[in-house]
Ligand binder design. Structure first.
Ligand SMILES: NC(=O)c1ccc[n+]([C@@H]2O[C@H](COP(=O)([O-])OP(=O)(O)OC[C@H]3O[C@@H](n4cnc5c(N)ncnc54)[C@H](O)[C@@H]3O)[C@@H](O)[C@H]2O)c1
Ligand SMILES: O=CCCC(=O)O
Length: 520
């Protein structure tokens, strides 16, 4: 298919259009990883009892990729029962045994990374190099938590009663319901499943309807790694999504729900979970501020803004959404940032040299377009991009930079989730911190500065769960990932990610006698 490249010196014009090598489906090295019409339940591949399926289309071409089962409540309940049956023996394994299973899954994923990347690009649209990066990122959670599994520690605590002794034991919370989004079809799953298994939990994962095939391929690799039947179950649905969400949040068998997605859906799931008082992790939407102070290295800030804003065509929850640049370097930043965006190549993620793919669907395009039109109408200036790209396909939008943004524009308060960088100007540190914090959500925040006291001041003042200082990329299995305010609660990755799947049991030993006193 055609691709579009931005030309230096010309705003948003096409300088190269070339044909893709082939519109044919990608060839997998191992075609058996492409699981159609079957979900993974109790170690087996099962169709929906109703026989119903839903269609999955390539967001780049609109072409049909394949069908996945439309699981209903009864089908999903069988997965919950399988996870419940598997729980007692899986929790009884030692941490070292669980570590070995996770490590084998990690090895399987790495051995099949090329195929997993192809599946990601096919159903999500991101460029193949980004998809390879995601496959490695997904594997990194399996590796990280394989290393955490044997290192689960409790405490010994001094009791208030001199005759007592207290210890704590970390236990797996139980059967977990996991719901993940399409923007990282592999990594959002392993970031939940790996700590769950490390802790000794079993899981039912509801894969997103846009990207089920990556999820099902991960299940196949878990199977090959020898993960016991029922420990990992992956179900898919489109029309029955809401019913399955209700089941996962109301079933008394499920003890924990971990959700990644929008704040609106997170609130619904949290309400539904209240009757059974489930443990919850909510990784929800963001509206990240990205601040450039005038003492910053401007070139580094531009590079950081490019990666933070335009990674996955702006479809990550930690993407910069509001860029604030200090007035004395505003014009310089805009010029360099616009130049950097001109070097992007937009097109089908399988094509050579493509840096940015499509958005996931037409609703995403409509939202992006409405944000751009709103800013334009209210007086902002587009320095590059700003239009849909129908020549490439229905889901393509030009990477866009907009200057002279003001607080009344939609981008100031709403997550765009697309390739649009709205750049605001500010004068003082206090002003920009106030603006940055004027948001209901608080997932990530970024700023560039070389003043060490400002670095600490601003990092402490921003109301977000994660901060990048002089970097636009903060994702790392070693770092706790999660938000504050209406970006949710709970952390993924790191030792805190494991704790989300554990409960703490205290054991008090009475009648232990008084400590020895006097001269021994
Ligand atoms: N904080 C994070 O770690 C993180 C990561 C990725 C995406 N996100 C957020 O996700 C949003 C984009 O993803 P989206 O538009 O697909 O989000 P979404 O909330 O619409 O969907 C996310 C997942 O939830 C499922 N879902 C939707 N409604 C449901 C319901 N009523 N019951 C059960 N499941 C339901 C969907 O099928 C999908 O699998 C953005 O707001 C983004 O910031 C957050
Ligand atoms: O979109 C959310 C996840 C992004 C990441 O882990 O870097």
């Amino acid at each position: 298919m055609p691709s579009l490249r931005f030309s230096p010196g010309v705003t948003s014009s096409i300088i190269s259009i070339r044909r893709a090598s082939s519109m044919a489906p990608p060839k997998l090295n191992d075609p058996s990883l492409f699981k159609q019409n079957a979900c993974y339940v109790n170690g087996e591949w099962r169709a929906a009892k109703s026989g119903k399926t839903f269609k999955v289309n390539d967001p780049s071409t609109g072409e049909f990729i394949g069908s996945s089962p439309e699981f209903d409540v009864a089908d999903t309940n069988s997965a919950i029962l399988a996870a419940a049956d598997a729980f007692p023996s899986f929790r009884a394994k030692t941490g070292r045994e669980r570590a070995k299973l996770l490590r084998r899954w990690f090895d399987e994923l790495n051995a099949n990374a090329e195929d997993i990347a192809k599946l990601i690009t096919w159903e999500n649209g991101k460029p193949i190099n980004d998809a390879k990066g995601e496959s490695a990122y997904a594997a990194s959670f399996l590796e990280w938590f394989s290393e955490e599994a044997p290192r689960i520690y409790g405490d010994t605590i001094n009791s208030s009663n001199p005759a007592n002794r207290i210890i704590t034991v970390k236990e797996p919370v139980g059967v977990c319901g996991l719901i993940t989004p399409w923007n990282f079809p592999a990594a959002m799953i392993t970031r939940k499943v790996a700590p769950a298994l490390a802790a000794g939990c079993t899981v039912v994962c509801k894969a997103p309807a846009e990207t089920p095939f990556t999820a099902l391929a991960l299940a196949e690799l878990a199977h090959r790694a020898g993960i016991p039947k029922g420990v990992v179950n992956v179900v898919t649905a489109l029309d029955n999504t809401i019913e399955i969400g209700k089941l996962l949040t109301t079933s008394p068998t499920i003890k924990k729900v971990s959700f990644t997605g929008s704040t609106g859906v997170g609130k619904i799931l949290m309400k539904q979970s209240s009757d059974t008082l489930k443990k919850l992790s909510m990784e929800l939407g963001g509206n990240s501020p990205f601040i450039v102070f005038d003492d910053a290295d401007v070139d580094a800030a531009v590079a950081g803004a490019v990666v933070s804003k335009f990674r996955s065509s702006g479809q990550t929850c930690v993407c910069a959404n509001r860029l604030y640049v200090q007035s004395s370097i505003y014009d310089q930043f805009i010029r360099k940032f616009t130049e950097a965006v001109k070097s992007f190549s937009v097109g089908n993620g399988f094509d050579e040299g493509i840096t940015h793919g499509p958005l996931i669907h037409d609703r995403a395009i409509d939202k992006v377009d409405s944000h751009v039109r709103d800013a334009e109408k209210k007086g902002a200036t587009i320095t590059i991009g700003g239009q849909k790209l129908p020549n490439l396909g229905a889901n393509f939008f030009q990477p866009t930079v907009i200057r002279d943004m003001t607080a009344d524009m939609a981008i100031a308060t709403e997550e765009t989730f697309g390739p649009v960088a709205g750049v605001f100007s500010f004068d003082t540190e206090a002003e920009v911190v106030r603006l940055a914090n004027q948001s209901d959500v608080g997932l990530a925040g970024y700023f560039f500065s070389r003043d060490i006291s400002r670095v600490f001041r601003v990092a402490e003042a921003l109301e977000v769960g994660m901060i990048g200082v002089n970097t636009g990329l903060i994702s790392d299995p070693a770092s706790p990932f999660g938000g504050v305010k209406q970006s949710g609660f709970g952390r993924e990755g790191s030792k805190y990610g494991l704790a989300e799947f554990q409960t703490i049991k205290s054991v008090t030993f009475g009648d232990m006698g008084k400590p020895l006193q006097g001269k021994l």
